[in-house]
Design a protein around this ligand. Structure first.
Ligand SMILES: N[C@@H](CCC(=O)N[C@@H](CS)C(=O)NCC(=O)O)C(=O)O
Length: 130
């Protein structure tokens, strides 16, 4: 299947890392587009108008949002390559449990820390300018 795959991402993103790992494991060629989050580009806003977040996988011009949905999509589209998910239902349940844990306890915590740091820097800048 010939297809055009683009990943809108930022290298510090753990959510983006999920999509990058899935693409690497399936050995899929793609174009990576780095996006800073302080100044969101029009393509980012257009492709994920609901959340305005990265990562976004754009496959033949159509966006897929949310990192876990992206991993699932990659697994379903490139079925000819070995599956990203185990076949045993118990192992699937375990994989989903840990994905949820990583979302809630790791990635969202690091995201909050990043924004806190950003707020702190802005605050220090304001104090310096005053
Ligand atoms: N639930 C989303 C979370 C994605 C997310 O939080 N992305 C962050 C970057 S790591 C983002 O784009 N944040 C937008 C912002 O900071 O304004 C996913 O799994 O893809």
């Amino acid at each position: 299947m010939t297809s055009e795959v683009v990943l809108l991402d930022t290298y510090v993103s753990g959510f983006g890392m999920r999509a990058r790992i899935a693409l690497a494991k399936k050995v899929i060629q793609y174009e990576s587009k780095e996006h800073g989050l302080s100044n969101k580009s029009s393509i980012l806003v257009r492709m994920n108008s609901v959340h305005k977040e990265i990562p976004i996988l754009i496959h033949n011009g159509k966006p897929v949002c949310e990192s876990l949905r992206i991993v699932q999509y990659i697994d379903e589209v490139w079925k000819d390559k070995s599956s990203l998910m185990p076949s045993d239902p118990y192992k699937i349940a375990q994989a989903r449990f840990w994905a949820d844990f990583i979302d809630k306890k790791v990635l969202l915590a690091s995201e909050s820390a990043y924004h806190f740091e950003e707020l702190n820097l802005n605050f220090e800048l304001i104090v310096m300018l005053e």
